[in-house]
Write a protein that binds this ligand. Structure first.
Ligand code: 0X9
Ligand code: ZN
Length: 809
């Protein structure tokens, strides 16, 4: 019987005629199915023709998205299989605007639409004229075919400091080439925004924009994406030539249409020839306008550094990095995709050693599983095989997160930070990726002091770390002892005439795979201003790692002054240690006795002082004059608690609609009691029930901030814990300011609610909603605190006389 199924899927025949020719019905329902099989050939066959495939070989189960024809084949095939109801619901998510939602994809405030992305790119160009430009690299299919919607330009955001010339290493990132994959485009855009916002603030952002280029194709498939924004589970482009002009299964899979090894895997094992298939490769290599434009652009920015034979390695000095960001599965993938792994086959890319090493480093930062792209199933005509195969540039596919329509809270809190740091690390490798792949990474670069009078000595420290490999999935990257580290101050290591300053191991000998290192920097010949201090380490294998940088500022004695003082509580006069004090990008923190001193270049500043539990203090018009010390004590006002509910002492004025109640179930581990909307076990279908705060007065209160513990075991994408607020005592309620779904882990959530500032009739609620199917344990919340600052809060804190020193106003 298994045999019959295999034939049906075209495993033993080149292509099942039905599969190749029959256009599908106009609207087709995808169902996620679980097939029980241990037949490797069948698993690979299914894998090559489907997305989103998950194989559990231990259990002998393969899960994939099956269309009606697949299901017909399964029904006739005699295998044990069933529909995964929850997963099916997750790929067919109907999208509804949140109440009051005016931006983002309906139901998802955190993902900008194609139109919003276009506007934001224009805005970035006008905000950062010397750094950002937009390049129109070609048209989407709908634009070339003059379709009713008009189509879109494919737009690359290029970031580089235009004031510094030269041929710079390039990082190319394309995202959301599969339309329904929501998170990749937003990650790409946020990475660009982070770099621009941190120029001159973060040393790495600064040198990356000075000495490298970022080329970002945020929406690699805008036509398809516009469909997916409407809630369709759209993957391909929208070309009406394939599968019928009105079918929602039409279009070509742009990640099977790229020219290198297009359709190369035998027996259609790497892509589908069937126009309605989710992995339809198109009628010819590079047939789609999106592919043509993107490939031409990639060829224009990366020279060819690899020979013509499959086995030719790229030159070790190849510069640049290529990324194609997808979702989902939490994977870091490197070429090849087109080869078939197996005993005795040469399935690895010729540069596999550094490709794998760098992939395992990326996976250290993201926590994802590192593997060769063909590990699960072969694919042909993919983006990263073309970038690497044609040009030799190291190329990677990331699969972000755990869902196409990923919940925003999980995106913001985990996926975004995990992958921003991965991309930042990646960017630091673009100069010599095949060399730095195995080399140690310098971290925690500190210059002390960070600002000196010319001639003073700076101690530059770093930790040179060779251990950051993710060795899961059968990996064996060995960390090697550090043997050297160098610093360059003022000039980049690659600048003509730059001289390396050797660093010394803090413990006296280079023998560990992670070593603290330092060096004293003579500043007597440095020009006035801010200098980048570059650090690079070398391991026992002779591998020079990537660069990381810090800042050192040097001025003449006539260009520096300072500010000093003591940070105290306005209410009690007690000194406050650990206050974070910043003036522009220069920072310090108060000592155990509350005192601080900060040297600054002469000029005018606004000082910001921040400490947990206190209102942020801003001291404007601070004028620093040469060789003088300005005394400025900092009087910090404690934040006032306007709401407080730890569930230990009952509802204390809160209104709990049934079945909300206080439970002693230990799920949240935050005390003996917590609130939950389903104290009896799982929540009910179609729940809509709130825990509502008393009305509270925020007149003359500013910067309200809510924090609480959350444990949110719900059906992801369907059942939600929502935070909403009311400005009128509960008559009307806001769009959810935050919501959770399918996150069964304890988290402390902190939310700024600026809209509630100064309102006399403020109110909050924790509203739980579920749909008709699949119930879980539910939502637990605890230790709810709303704090605010402002005049009304300060009035409760009688200012005590400060110690008057110097010319305190
Ligand atoms: O099938 C794909 O195109 C990718 N998965 S997705 O769910 N985002 O569609 C995986 C491709 C993996 N193989 C290569 N990149 N070669
Ligand atoms: Zn994808």
């Amino acid at each position: 019987m298994r045999h019959a199924f295999a034939v049906g899927l075209g495993l033993l025949l080149p292509v099942s005629p039905a599969f190749a020719q029959n256009p599908r019905a106009a609207v087709e329902q995808i169902e996620v199915v679980r097939v029980h099989t241990r037949d490797e050939a069948l698993i690979r066959r299914i894998g090559s023709l489907h997305t989103h495939v998950i194989v559990d070989r231990a259990k002998g189960v393969i899960v994939f998205e099956a269309d009606p024809m697949d299901r017909a084949l399964l029904k006739s095939g005699g295998l044990r299989w069933e529909v995964d109801v929850e997963a099916t619901r997750a790929v067919n998510l109907p999208q509804q605007r949140l109440p009051g939602q005016s931006k983002g994809i309906p139901g998802f405030l955190c993902y900008r639409t194609v139109a919003e992305t276009r506007a934001r790119l224009d805005e970035l160009v006008s905000l950062y004229p010397g750094f950002a430009s937009v390049i129109d690299i070609g048209d989407s299919w709908e634009k070339t075919a003059a379709q009713p919607g008009g189509g879109e330009d494919l737009r690359v955001l290029r970031l580089a400091n235009a004031a510094i010339g030269g041929d710079k290493p390039k990082l190319f990132i394309m995202s959301s080439v599969h339309a329904r994959e929501y998170t990749p485009a937003e990650l790409g855009l946020r990475f660009a925004e982070w770099l621009l916002a941190n120029y001159g603030v973060d040393a790495d952002a600064t040198w990356l924009l000075d000495h490298q280029e970022l080329h970002l194709l945020v929406h690699a498939n805008p036509d398809g994406r516009k469909r997916a924004e409407g809630g369709l589970s759209w993957r391909k482009n929208t070309n009406t030539a394939y599968c019928g002009a009105t079918s929602n299964s039409r279009g070509a899979d742009l990640n099977r249409n790229w020219p290198f090894k297009w359709a190369a895997v035998p027996n259609d094992g790497g892509s589908s020839p069937a126009p309605c298939s989710l992995t339809y490769r198109g009628p010819a290599a590079g047939s789609e306008p999106e592919t043509q434009a993107t490939v031409a652009y990639v060829r224009s920015i990366f020279p060819d550094r690899r020979g013509p034979q499959d086995g030719d390695p790229a030159d070790i000095d190849t510069r640049g990095l290529f990324f194609d960001i997808h979702s989902y599965s939490q994977l870091v993938l490197w070429p090849w995709g087109w080869t078939t792994p197996g005993p005795g086959t040469a399935d690895q890319a010729p540069n596999v050693v550094p490709l794998e090493a760098l992939g395992r480093r990326f996976a250290w930062f993201s926590g994802y599983t590192p593997q060769q792209a063909n590990d699960l199933y072969p694919t042909d005509g993919t983006t990263e095989d073309t970038a690497y195969g044609e040009l030799g540039v190291p190329a990677y596919t990331f699969e972000l997160g755990t869902a196409f329509f990923q919940d925003c809270a999980l995106f913001e809190d985990r996926i975004l930070p995990d992958n921003l740091r991965t991309l930042l690390f990646a960017a630091r490798n673009a100069r010599a990726p095949y060399r730095s792949a195995s080399g140690p990474d310098p971290r925690e670069i500190v210059a002390e002091p960070d600002l000196v009078v010319r001639g003073e000595t700076v101690s530059l420290r770093a930790v040179i770390d060779d251990t950051r490999f993710n060795n899961s999935a059968g990996g064996g990257q060995a960390a090697q002892a550090i043997v050297a580290a160098s610093a360059w101050v003022g000039a980049a290591p690659w600048a003509a005439g730059a001289s390396a300053i050797p660093m010394a191991p803090t413990d006296g000998s280079w023998n560990q795979p992670s070593e603290a290192a330092s060096v004293s920097i003579d500043t007597s010949s440095l020009a006035s201003g801010r200098h980048l201090a570059f650090v690079q380490g070398t391991d026992a294998g002779g591998n020079d790692g990537p660069i990381a940088a810090g800042f050192v500022q040097v001025y003449g004695a006539d260009q520096i002054g300072s500010v000093r003082g003591v940070a105290r509580s306005a209410a009690t006069g007690a000194t406050i240690p650990g206050v974070q004090i910043s003036a522009g990008s220069l920072r310090t923190s108060s000592a155990t006795d509350g005192s601080y001193t900060r040297r600054l270049p002469v000029g005018s500043y606004t000082l910001q002082a921040q400490a947990a539990g206190f209102e942020t203090l801003s001291v404007a018009d601070l004028t620093i004059t040469a060789a003088a010390t300005l005394d400025r004590d900092l009087q910090l006002y404690a934040l006032c608690r306007r709401l407080d509910n730890d569930a230990e002492s009952g509802p204390v004025g809160w209104t709990a609609s049934a079945p909300w109640a206080i439970t002693t179930a230990a799920t949240t581990q935050t005390g003996s009691r917590a609130w939950t909307e389903s104290p009896g076990g799982n929540y009910l279908p179609n729940a809509n029930t709130s825990l509502t705060s008393p009305v509270f007065d925020l007149s003359n209160y500013s910067a309200p901030q809510l924090s609480f513990d959350s444990w949110c075991d719900t059906e992801s994408g369907w059942d939600f814990g929502n935070i909403e607020y009311s400005a009128n005592g509960g008559s009307t309620w806001s769009t959810p300011a935050w919501r959770c779904s399918g996150d069964a882990s304890l988290r402390r959530v902190t939310l700024a609610l600026p809209a509630l500032a100064n309102l006399a009739q403020a109110r909050l609620r924790f509203r739980f909603t579920s749909d008709s199917s699949t119930q879980r344990d539910g939502w637990y919340v605890d230790n709810i605190v709303l704090e605010a600052g402002g005049l009304a809060c300060r009035a409760t804190q009688i200012a005590v006389p400060l110690f008057m020193d110097g010319f305190e106003p």
